[in-house]
Design a protein around this ligand. Structure first.
Ligand SMILES: Nc1ncnc2c1ncn2[C@@H]1O[C@H](COP(=O)(O)OP(=O)(O)OP(=O)(O)O)[C@@H](O)[C@H]1O
Ligand SMILES: [Mg+2]
Length: 426
């Protein structure tokens, strides 16, 4: 008879090892040409003193940050790197104006005392001040600027930071490399002409192919993460575990199909990782064997989490329409609804709360169309093309619990809206 305690500790240990494999920072894989390109550019700045600028462009989760980290790691191992380069990291999400960027730059260059709380003067003057204050040893080093979410620096006043950093690289008086990292393919259009005139027009693209070969390597990666190592765990346990994994990930089996369904929706590696983490977290004493159902349930969870992110981004009005549809769903037991039904329920709420500012019909129509674009509502089948848009029927895609969770998470939601979501109409 199998020893359950022993098996449990094996299962826990196996889960721990899988989590560790999935979560540890990955070595950068693939995109050899792009990697070499970036490596050469940084090397040329650090080793040969050649200034340059470049953009690294690719969709979210395509590995841009991992690539930069991997290239910097490789170069930093080269002899004398510390004596030859200073790396400054800025992020458009954090450094939302030039003052914050300057403060962070001075800190990273270990010149905190130069730029103090009261940053005055223009960016160029401050930048010049910083550079002139660098000590003699640092003065000779190449400066490598990594600007994550670089498109957001286009929103800074006069795009001064971008202009000055690109200009510094363009002038090539000291050794400077500026790398802008972004998901936005149109980032160049957002730059002012004078900023573009200082940019090198070098772009490195990370565009993962969405094809069968790429998917098969994703499944292979999943195998690598999920298979247990007999040298680190009980052999019998490993044999059984690995048999399960291999069977579930075989072509067209449940695990394989779940990975594929998510991949077709969002092909980033992070979402595959999330699916596997949810899958293994379903295993416990009462459910010790990995099954297709674990994959299916985990897929539902991951997709539901995706909804939560979408719901967090809604406006108050859009969330009100979502609540109205939840109530309609309670009353009509999931039958499809049309705009007029949703609108009248929303009006009834808005009118009965004097403090609540109701919106014009046109604004509500726009909000409803946005929910449609987000696929929170999907057209019901079998409607004639002639049905007027306000009577088109839609199926609401969320469960009442998902709506309640979204309302709870929403920051600064008026109290009356919160209460409206809680009331039960049936
Ligand atoms: N080519 C790759 N090699 C190794 N890991 C990768 C690769 N592509 C993606 N990943 C993995 O995918 C995840 C996301 O990667 P990363 O953060 O580098 O993407 P990103 O392009 O910087 O995304 P974002 O635009 O959201 O900042 C990480 O867990 C990373 O390990
Ligand atoms: Mg990134």
């Amino acid at each position: 008879m199998p020893n359950l305690t022993m098996e449990m500790s094996e299962l826990d240990e196996c889960k721990r090892q899988i989590r560790e494999r999935i979560l540890r920072p990955a070595e950068f894989r693939g995109f050899e040409e792009q990697r070499k390109n970036l490596l050469d550019l940084i090397r040329r700045a650090v080793r040969d003193g050649d200034s340059n600028s470049a953009l690294l462009i690719g969709p979210a989760g395509s590995g841009k940050t991992t690539l930069v980290r991997s290239v910097l790691q490789e170069i930093s191992k080269e002899k004398g790197f510390d004596k030859k380069a200073l790396v400054v990291n800025l992020n458009g999400l954090i450094h939302t104006d030039d003052r914050l960027s300057l403060k962070s730059m001075s800190k990273q260059l270990k010149l905190e005392n130069v730029i103090d709380e009261q940053v005055t003067g223009n960016f160029a003057e401050n930048m010049a001040l910083l550079l002139s204050t660098l000590n003699k040893a640092d003065h000779e080093k190449a400066l490598v600027f990594i600007l994550e979410e670089v498109d957001l620096f286009c929103n800074h006043h006069n795009q001064s930071l971008l202009y000055n950093l690109f200009d510094l690289a363009h002038r090539n008086e000291s050794s400077v490399f500026v790398l802008g990292v972004t998901v936005r393919l149109d980032v160049m259009d957002r730059m002012e002409k004078r900023v573009r005139s200082r940019f090198s027009y070098r772009s490195i693209y990370l565009l993962p192919a969405n094809n069968a070969k790429n998917f098969e390597s994703r499944v292979a990666l999943c195998q690598e993460w999920l298979l247990s190592d007999p040298s680190k765990l009980d052999r019998t346990f490993c044999r059984e575990w690995n048999k399960c994994v291999a069977a579930l990930l075989a072509q067209n089996e449940t695990g394989y199909n779940c990975i594929k369904r998510l991949y077709d929706m969002q092909n980033s590696e992070d979402s595959t990782k999330e699916l596997l983490l949810h899958t293994i977290s379903r295993l416990h004493e009462g459910n010790p064997t990995l099954s297709g159902q674990d994959f299916e349930k985990a897929l539902d969870d991951v997709i539901a989490d995706g909804w939560l992110q979408i719901l967090d981004g809604l406006s108050v009005l859009e969330l009100c329409l979502v609540i109205a549809m939840k109530h309609l769903g309670d009353v009509y037991q999931g039958d499809p609804v049309n705009f007029e039904m949703v609108y009248s329920r929303y009006l009834k709420f808005a009118k009965s709360h004097s403090g609540f500012e109701d919106c014009t019909r046109n604004t509500v129509i726009k909000a409803f169309e946005h929910l449609q674009a987000l696929e929170l509502i999907l057209p019901a089948a079998g409607q004639g093309a002639k049905t007027q848009s306000q009577y088109q029927l839609y199926h609401f895609q969320l469960t009442p619990q998902q709506v309640k969770d979204a309302v709870k998470r929403y920051e600064e939601l008026p109290t009356e809206v919160q209460q409206w979501a809680e009331i039960s109409l049936v």
